[in-house]
Design a protein around this ligand. Structure first.
Ligand code: GLN
Ligand code: ZN
Length: 757
């Protein structure tokens, strides 16, 4: 008798008959930071303007974090993330954690504070911001780390640990999330002056000691899980890069012992090679996959999944706003359960919810039926929990939830000649990208008109005055091709969506774009068409105010598509072609109204590019085709511009040429002229091109010399007769006090250069 373990005797008799309530295994990869009504944005901007204190900002941030944690805890989420909050960006947070501050920001050591952090993000009076670039194929942007052999890494931001402790003090034991060390390096670039071929991965051994310090503090603070986001694993990585993951996690293995480790991947199917490497990593407890984008990962898991490991199954789409098809998710989960085992399956989101809108409760004006099809971040948290519960056997809950190739006939150089005869522009013509500063007064007018507080006549009068002001200003500045300033537009996609059929709108469906900036994507739920002209009234009014050419200003079909939440019951390209046909009607109406230059913005063409190479060609084909559809019907003398921002174009330059626009203006100044290297390498480019000469995302005013210097660098690579001089992007987020001197210097630079050519 004495051989029986003591516990056995003490166990209550009835216990074996009761099935203990199964823990609901649910996980959220990450959560939006801005708040349901963009509270963080307003707190940040007021702090940057010196209107509130650091404490005020910190208080808003802490309140947001605590309400998010509480919300997830209330929804019985088991694995709740921390450190997915950021004042600006999670990659920049990692740069701060590693003390990898570029020397020009004057950091003197110690814990990195708001001043150094925000200087890196936004620049300051004397130093421009660090480069910002797209986060994979999303519309989120991150600050690109600048690294080299001499960077001295040190543990310089304790944010991950303090957020973990903060949540714990609120009674929530979270999973702290770090950008994984290998993805961090792969997302970096060599600093200025460092050999372009410098192997960023060679820094692994230098950053891991900092990660180890963070890990050991998290352990000491009581963490039981840790999540490393390694989304680069879904890219087409060569074996050398894959090897770095093996290397990194085996070096971390002993520090991580005693912790459960989750490696999270997202945004695409994971390649078979990467899957093998990932699932063989030492010391890892669980793997997270995006099971919404693509279906091949599912096959890999079905083929082989390591015994005893956790699978975090990302079945709730973090990148869209549609309610989950719970029955379909459940059948996927049921199949997976058979492979990984009941207690090893965790229901999760496909990626961080950062990329969807925050909360549907604030959408009081949305059509009821449309609303029933939607789920924003807060609702997705509930969906994850419902699926986990359903999986745990409480299926009744799930049951209740059911719910020609269109090319212009003449080639571009002949067209440019015909256009020049009509437009008679100087060499190095100057222009801007479209919007001018949007004042508080302007926003008020639009709001009041929308709320029917002012009449249509009053509205038209106010906008007309604004256009007139912008036209006069550009004439004073002596800009060559003018814009009307877009005062009637709140957003370049929403403005068109509101006038096209097939679109619906939310009131608070905001998604973070970069820093404090958010966008509110429309929802394309039906067939798209254009009931009547959308921009002709304002553009022809603007043209009537000046003898100079006035650009008509449209958003292109691919950008409208990529910046909307798109219906998922038909292929994306079909929806895109529908939009293209609607924009084509608009282009032709503008031409008829006497507008000779029409800009069709395709700011987001690059970001829709699938991450996997095998899918890119098809996307580019229909995307570029859609753009050509919009303007294939215009006369040779009508000049078609397009504009793109925040993108790397080197790999898609041939598709850009294939768009066959007459002039392209393009973001450039924050990408260190990477763009120019394409032309340096001999790509033939015959159309007009205006690489941005200064960064409009920073309040800094560029000098004439600096701009002239930039243009000279371009002239070394591009023919002088195709080069345009313009800012990086629209001016809508800047103030007039910044825009006027900057444009003055820009025009002065063009004029100086003209005398030298
Ligand atoms: N025409 C738009 C503007 O100037 C373009 C904005 C953009 O590229 N994001 O605001
Ligand atoms: Zn732009």
């Amino acid at each position: 008798l004495s051989l029986f373990p003591r516990e056995e005797e003490e166990e209550p008799v009835a216990a074996p008959l009761l099935s203990p309530p199964r823990e609901m295994a649910s996980h959220i990869v990450g959560y939006p930071r801005m708040g349901p009504k963009r509270e963080l944005k307003f707190a940040l901007e007021s702090f940057w303007d010196g209107k509130s204190s650091a404490e005020d900002l910190q208080k808003v941030a802490a309140d947001l974090r605590s309400s998010i944690w509480k919300q997830m805890a209330d929804a019985s989420i088991k694995y709740i993330p921390s450190n997915t909050f950021a004042y600006y960006d999670q990659v920049l947070d990692t740069t701060a954690m590693l003390g990898a501050v570029p020397p020009r920001y004057g950091w003197k050591g110690g814990e990195i504070g708001h001043d150094v952090y925000f200087s890196m993000a936004r620049g300051n009076a004397s130093v421009p911001a660090m480069e910002m670039t797209k986060w994979f194929d999303t519309n989120y942007h991150y600050i690109v780390p600048e690294l080299g052999p001499d960077v001295k890494f040190s543990y310089a931001s304790h944010k991950a640990v303090s957020e973990y402790k903060e949540a714990k003090a609120l009674g929530v034991n979270t999973v702290p999330v770090l950008v994984g060390p290998v993805s961090y390096l792969l997302l970096s670039k060599p600093a200025k002056g460092v050999d372009k071929n410098f192997s960023l991965l060679s820094l692994l051994g230098k950053i891991l000691p900092v990660y180890k310090e963070v890990i050991s503090e998290l352990k000491a603070a009581g963490a039981s899980w840790i999540q490393f986001d390694e989304p680069t694993l879904v890219m087409d990585l060569d074996s050398h890069k894959l090897q770095a993951f093996t290397e990194a996690y085996s070096q971390l293995e002993s520090s991580l012992s005693g912790l459960n480790v989750l490696i999270e991947t997202y945004f695409a199917d994971i390649p078979a090679e990467a899957y093998k490497v990932l699932t063989s990593l030492k010391g890892v407890t669980g793997f997270g996959f995006d099971l919404v984008r693509g279906t091949k990962t599912l096959d890999l898991i079905k083929g082989a999944f390591p015994k005893g490991k956790y699978l975090f199954a990302g079945v709730v789409d973090g990148r869209n706003i549609w309610a989950n098809d719970l029955a379909a998710s459940l059948s996927t989960l049921n199949a997976l359960e058979g492979i990984v085992g009941k207690d090893k399956l965790v229901v999760s989101t496909s990626c961080s919810l950062l990329h969807t809108a925050v909360d549907l409760v604030n959408e009081t004006k949305l059509d009821k039926e449309i609303k029933s099809w939607l789920a924003f971040a807060a609702q997705k948290v509930v969906e994850v929990n419902m699926l986990a519960k359903a999986l745990a056997g409480q299926k009744d809950e799930a049951a209740a939830l059911k719910g020609s190739d269109h090319r212009r006939a003449t080639n571009v150089s002949a067209r440019l000649d015909a256009q020049q005869k009509k437009l008679n522009l100087p060499i190095l013509p100057t222009t801007t990208i479209g919007s001018f500063p949007q004042t508080v007064e302007l926003r008020r007018v639009r709001r009041e008109y929308k709320a029917k507080k002012i009449s249509e006549d009053e509205y038209v009068k106010a906008i007309k005055e604004e256009i007139n002001k912008v036209v006069k200003l550009q004439e004073e500045l002596d800009i060559d091709v003018l814009v009307h300033g877009e005062p009637e537009r709140n957003d370049m996609v929403e403005y068109f969506g509101e006038q096209l059929s097939g679109f619906a709108f939310t009131v608070n469906g905001w998604v973070q774009s970069y820093g404090s900036r958010c966008v509110k994507p429309p929802i394309i739920y039906g067939d798209v068409s254009r009931p009547k002209p959308m921009t002709v009234f304002w553009s022809s009014m603007a043209q009537s105010m000046t003898a100079r050419p006035m650009k008509g200003m449209l958003t292109g079909p691919v950008t409208i598509l990529n910046w909307s939440f798109v219906r998922n019951d038909q292929p994306r390209f079909e929806t895109c072609y529908q939009i293209a046909l609607a924009i084509k009607d608009e282009v032709e109406d503008l031409e008829k109204a006497g507008i000779n230059v029409i800009q069709i913005d395709e700011a987001a063409l690059r970001e829709g590019l699938p991450l996997r190479k095998s899918e890119q060609a098809f996307y580019l084909e229909w995307a570029v085709h859609s753009f050509r559809i919009t303007n294939c019907g215009v006369k040779d003398t009508t000049q078609i511009h397009t504009h793109m921002c925040y993108s790397h174009f080197n790999d898609i330059i041939h598709s850009i040429i294939d768009m066959d626009a007459d002039v392209i203006t393009i973001e450039n100044s924050r990408s260190d002229e990477k763009l120019l290297s394409v032309f340096r390498e001999g790509v033939k480019y015959g159309a007009g091109i205006g690489p941005g000469v200064y960064d409009i995302h920073s309040p800094r005013i560029p000098s004439t010399e600096e701009i002239a210097d930039r243009v000279n660098k371009m002239l070394a690579v591009l023919e002088k007769n195709i080069l345009w001089v313009n800012p990086d992007c629209g001016l809508k987020t800047r103030k007039y006090t910044e825009v006027k001197p900057a444009l003055k210097n820009m025009v002065a630079a063009a004029k100086v250069l003209r005398t030298q050519l």
